[in-house]
Design a protein around this ligand. Structure first.
Ligand code: 4NP
Length: 157
């Protein structure tokens, strides 16, 4: 059976989208669905290419038994043809992804959506950027993402 491919995207690919990727991978493992999916994350920006996720986010995730293993990369035009779903963390990411797609000759293969479209517990329309804030911001991002990432999986199951 063909695998479903999912790319989570934020600005730097060191805080929110690596966390979303790891939460989704963890959820798939818990449900025995790992083999059916390809999961990745990327940033619209290039500053952190090759870096591990921010240590504050890795520590916050480890407390929930979630390991964030990814290295940062930038979204490319090929991603629009390689992934079934591209999930943006906020409105700015969403616009930047759409602009990039419009500047390339990519087809409309990927379905581009905001991850918060799939929220059920939290009201936030966007996943807030925790980078310049305190440690509690990282826990809040994880809370929000556990809700919306699981809502996304339900929406495609
Ligand atoms: P992310 O957070 O988009 O969730 O990875 C950020 C990380 C770094 C920067 C901005 C946001 N930065 O400006 O370097």
């Amino acid at each position: 059976m063909k695998k479903i491919s999912v790319l989570f995207v934020c600005l730097g690919n060191i805080c929110r989208s690596p966390a979303a990727e790891a939460i989704f991978i963890n959820l798939l493992e818990n449900k025995g669905l790992t083999d059916g999916f390809i999961v990745d994350s990327a940033g619209t920006g290039s500053w952190h290419i090759g870096k591990k996720a921010d240590s504050r986010m890795r520590i916050a995730a480890e407390k929930r038994d979630i390991n964030i293993l990814s290295r940062a990369r930038q979204i490319t035009s090929e991603d629009f043809e390689g992934f079934n779903y591209i999930l943006a963390m906020d409105d700015s990411n969403f616009r930047n992804i759409q602009d990039l797609k419009n500047r390339t000759s990519s087809t409309d293969f990927a379905s581009i959506k905001k991850i918060q479209n799939f929220r059920s517990v939290f009201n936030e329309q966007e996943v807030p950027d925790p980078y310049f804030g305190g440690d509690e911001g990282f826990d809040h991002v994880l809370d929000i993402l556990e809700d919306s990432v699981s809502g996304f999986l339900k929406s495609i199951s």
